[in-house]
Design a protein around this ligand. Structure first.
Ligand SMILES: [Zn+2]
Length: 242
C-alpha cells in the first residue's frame, strides 16, 4: 500500500511539474498585440465593389478549396479571402451562428496541437434574428462593408497563423486581461484590410455602423466600446484618404 502511495505521489509530482513548465513557457512568450504590415505583394481593389458581376468559380480558384463560404455571403467572403494570398494554404471556415459576438475569429482548439498546416480556423458570424446586434450583423451591412469586416476578421487569422501554441495562449491571456492589449490588437487589425487593398471597404464598414440611420441608436449605446477598441471612420479616413 505504501509503495502504491509512493507511485501516486511521484505521478502527481510529475504532473505538477509538467503544468508548472507549461504555464511558465506560456508566460515567458513575448507576444506583440500589434499587427504589422505584411511583407508580401497584395492586390489593389476598387473603392466600390458592389453592383458588379463576379464569377465565384474564378474566385474559388484564387482562394483555395480549403475555405468555407457562408451561405448568402459567398461573393463578399470570397473577395475578402482573395485579399490574403498568404492564407491560400490555410484552412478557414466562415460559419453563421445563432449566438455570440457579431463576429469572432477563432481556432479549433484541438487543431492547435497538430502541425500548423492542419490547423482549422473559424470565423463565427452571428446571424440570429431580433437581437440587440441586428443593425450591425453581416446581413444588415452594405456589400462593401461586408467585405471590409470579413477582411478585418481574416486579419486576425493571418495574425494567429504566425503564432505557435504557447504564443497563442499568451495572446489569449493578454486579450482577455488587458484593455490596452486588446485595443492595440483590434485597432491594428482594422489596418489589415488597408494593408490588403481593402481600405475603402473597412472605412465603409466603420462609417456605416456609426453614421447610417439604421445604426445610430445602436452606436449611441455602444460608442464608448466601439471607439476604444476599433478605428473610427474619421481615423480610417485619414489612413485611406476617403
Ligand atoms: Zn476583431
Amino acid at each position: 500500500m505504501r509503495r502504491f502511495l509512493k507511485y501516486i505521489l511521484i505521478i502527481l509530482s510529475l504532473a505538477l511539474l509538467l503544468v508548472v513548465t507549461i504555464v511558465a513557457t506560456v508566460l515567458l512568450q513575448n507576444v506583440d498585440p500589434k499587427q504589422e504590415e505584411p511583407n508580401i505583394q497584395t492586390y489593389t481593389f476598387a473603392d466600390t465593389l458592389a453592383n458588379r458581376e463576379y464569377d465565384l468559380d474564378s474566385l474559388r480558384a484564387i482562394i483555395g478549396d480549403n475555405k468555407g463560404l457562408p451561405e448568402g455571403f459567398e461573393i463578399a467572403a470570397a473577395i475578402a479571402y482573395s485579399a490574403y494570398p498568404q492564407l491560400k494554404e490555410v484552412n478557414i471556415d466562415m460559419i453563421l451562428t445563432q449566438s455570440g459576438a457579431p463576429m469572432e475569429s477563432t481556432v479549433d482548439i484541438w487543431s492547435l496541437f497538430g502541425l500548423k498546416r492542419n490547423r482549422q480556423y473559424l470565423i463565427l458570424l452571428n446571424d440570429a434574428q431580433n437581437t440587440f446586434f441586428d443593425p450591425i450583423l453581416l446581413r444588415s451591412l452594405p456589400f462593401d462593408a461586408q467585405v471590409g469586416i470579413l477582411a478585418h476578421e481574416l486579419g486576425h487569422i493571418a495574425y494567429y497563423h504566425k503564432l505557435n501554441l504557447f504564443q497563442f495562449d499568451k495572446w489569449g491571456l493578454g486579450y482577455l486581461r488587458s484593455d490596452e492589449f486588446r485595443a492595440i490588437h483590434e485597432r491594428t487589425t482594422d489596418l489589415m484590410p488597408v494593408y490588403h487593398g481593402l481600405g475603402s471597404q473597412i472605412y465603409q464598414y466603420a462609417y456605416f455602423v456609426r453614421k447610417d440611420s439604421s445604426c445610430v441608436a445602436f452606436y449611441e449605446k455602444e460608442k464608448g466600446f466601439m471607439n476604444k477598441y476599433y478605428m473610427t471612420d474619421e481615423e480610417l479616413s485619414e489612413v485611406v484618404g476617403q
